[in-house]
Design a protein around this ligand. Structure first.
Ligand code: NAP
Length: 250
């Protein structure tokens, strides 16, 4: 049996998972929502490093790993590629293209969190949109700043921080209203790519605001890379059913 292990954590991964039949496994880190309406099996939580992933691959007779994790989930991607080599199975990856700056953008690249803190020092109202990491730094917010932190987690704020638990996609008008309400004067972002969360960049451009862009991590080489879900789904179709062009469920 040809069995696929799909590593998720993105909307694109969910799109692929919706096409997978019951033979296949969709794996999530367990940080967000668990879809309850898929034909494939769904599991959540870490495997226990490369060793745990190898054990899982053996136990579940996995024949192909598809890495559709977030571009910043580099550890999971590294483990997937290493396990593929060790188990002599292919690892494919969906690698979403990064956003590119346009005329009028004022993007500044940041190497890490410390770099971001240094770069936002002159600003009063940063909007953080890179996940839960700033939640661990609420006690370090300088008196001159009020942070707005948008992430998936519900978390209490404090006198210097407003936490907004929200999941994209975000609209242009919604982002404009957020920037107005929070008096945003600088945006902190990952370069996630894709349409779901890019409206904030357009609003920053309209207003001439700087965007601190956290550098993308280096990702491992894999056997096949795809830049969009359709080409990956077509390749999966060919891998699973080399003699049929018309299967709807993979
Ligand atoms: P990571 O550093 O690559 O992964 C940490 C560990 O989480 C992995 O080693 C693995 O544990 C487990 N893991 C991650 N993805 C998994 C999956 N699909 N199935 C099973 N286990 C998985 O990634 P991260 O800590 O989750 O996130 C790193 C960055 O990516 C953060 O900035 C985060 O905001 C962003 N991000 C992640 C996700 C996500 O779903 N992971 C979604 C959106 C954004 P074991 O070593 O035990 O196997």
């Amino acid at each position: 049996m040809k069995r696929v292990l799909l590593l998720g954590g993105t909307g694109d991964a969910l799109t692929i998972a919706r096409r997978l039949g019951p033979d296949h496994v969709y794996s999530l880190a367990g940080l967000g929502r668990m879809p309850g309406d898929l034909l494939c099996s769904v599991r959540a939580g870490g495997f226990g490093g490369v060793e745990g992933l190898n054990t899982f691959i053996d136990a579940e007779s996995i024949g192909l790993i598809v890495d559709a994790t977030h571009p910043y989930a580099a550890q999971m991607s590294r483990h997937a590629s290493t396990a593929g080599v060790l188990k002599s199975i292919e690892c494919w990856a969906l690698r979403r293209a990064p956003w590119q700056p346009q005329a009028g953008d004022d993007w500044r690249e940041a190497a890490d969190f410390a770099d971001i803190l240094h770069a936002i020092a002159p600003y009063k109202h940063p909007l953080w949109t890179l996940g839960r990491e700033p939640l661990a730094h609420l006690d370090e917010i300088p008196p001159s700043q009020h942070w707005t932190i948008r992430c998936l987690d519900l978390h209490p704020g404090n006198a210097r921080a407003t936490i907004i638990a929200a999941r994209g996609p975000f609209s242009l008008d919604g982002e404009r209203a957020l920037f107005d309400a929070q008096q945003t004067d600088v945006v902190v972002s990952k370069n996630s790519g894709g349409a779901a969360t890019e409206a904030k960049l357009a609003v920053a451009r309209e207003r001439g605001l700087p965007v601190l862009m956290l550098q993308r991590p280096r990702l491992p080489q894999v056997e096949r890379e795809f830049s969009d879900t359709n080409s990956l789904l077509n390749a999966l179709e060919a891998w699973l059913h080399p003699h049929s062009l018309f299967d709807k469920t993979l």
